[in-house]
Design a protein around this ligand. Structure first.
Ligand SMILES: C[S@@+](CC[C@H](N)C(=O)[O-])C[C@H]1O[C@@H](n2cnc3c(N)ncnc32)[C@H](O)[C@@H]1O
Length: 295
């Protein structure tokens, strides 16, 4: 399964349709972007991004090639894991220590759907960003909801996030959410076109390779403590993930529905079919086909 997911990134076409880290976070020595991470829970994703970008040392190492210099990185969460979630709290403390030692501003009480107000209230040192990034957005309130209502709720929740984030994003910046490809389809994100000034922003969809982040410390968390006894979450090894990006200078028009940049809905459907075939014996299938034809 993991090999099948990796094939996404190891072909020329896969690479061309994948989000490149330098597009989201910039690159050293002096072209880092101003980045705001939202909903970071234990901050293991922004920590891994810092390691991959070379502004934080890899685990067990002390050296790293670059400094953020003039760039500002802010890693935030609505509500940090509290004492009952001991394992998560320990991870959080460790990650905050590392990020802050490299000049990353970290805070909770930052609400993704009220970004400007909550960043101001928390005295965030920066007020406008090149990239605003939410890794695995979700509402972690542990309320039971009928499955059909979750998709609609997430569509509107993400739209509210985008419209709030637009107020703290630079004119040529971008808003990014990473979700599974199945969520991208069922939450209808291809048709999520947030309003900004007198236009609507157009989404682009790119494959997103989580493996390098997991290799350097990222552990996906629900954010509501339900996975507090899980040491190494494997969620992303089981799912294809995509980054949905809205560039602030984009403008949705009817033709864009057929000219989506990056990964199309058909690409996702084809990948889903491929993953469904993983591990199946091709001979068995041929035998079944022959049997059906013979009846
Ligand atoms: C599925 S978890 C993902 C956590 C982390 N980004 C990761 O990839 O492991 C979703 C996170 O979003 C946070 N969240 C939910 N609503 C939020 C909001 N309105 N503003 C900021 N964060 C929010 C939750 O507290 C939770 O930590």
């Amino acid at each position: 399964m993991l090999d099948a997911i990796r094939k996404n990134f190891e072909t020329e076409e896969g690479r061309q349709k994948s989000l490149q880290l330098r597009d989201a976070f910039g690159e050293g020595p002096d072209s880092f972007k101003d980045v705001l991470w939202v909903g970071e829970c234990t901050h293991s994703f922004s920590l891994a991004a810092g390691r991959l970008a070379g502004v934080l040392p890899f685990a067990e190492e002390t050296d790293h090639p670059f400094n953020l210099s003039q760039a500002c990185w802010c890693s935030t969460e609505l509500r940090w894991p509290r004492t009952l979630e001991k394992k998560l709290e320990l991870d959080l403390v460790q990650n905050l220590k590392l990020l802050r030692s490299r000049g990353v501003w970290c805070s909770d009480d930052i609400n993704g759907v009220k970004l400007k107000q909550t960043l101001d209230k928390a005295n965030c040192p920066h007020s406008s960003f090149d990239t605003i990034f939410w890794m695995m957005p979700y509402v972690p309130d542990r309320q039971w909801r009928p499955p059909a209502s979750i998709s609609t709720m997430m569509y509107y929740y993400i739209q509210a996030f985008l419209e709030s984030a637009a107020h703290v994003c630079k004119e040529d910046g971008q808003l990014v959410v990473v979700v599974t490809s199945a969520q991208c389809l069922s939450w209808n994100l291809y048709n999520c076109k947030p309003k900004w000034q007198d236009r609507q922003l157009q989404p682009e969809v790119w494959w997103f390779d989580v493996a390098p982040f997991e290799k350097h410390g990222y552990q996906s968390r629900f954010g509501d403590g339900r996975d507090r006894y899980v040491d190494y979450p494997v969620f992303h090894r089981l799912c294809d993930t995509v980054a949905v990006c809205w560039r602030m200078n984009s403008c949705a028009s009817p033709e864009d529905d057929v000219n989506v940049r990056g990964v199309t809905e058909e690409d996702i459907a084809a990948r889903k079919k491929l993953l469904e075939e993983v591990g199946k014996d091709p001979n068995e299938e041929t035998a079944a086909e022959v049997e059906t034809e013979g009846t």
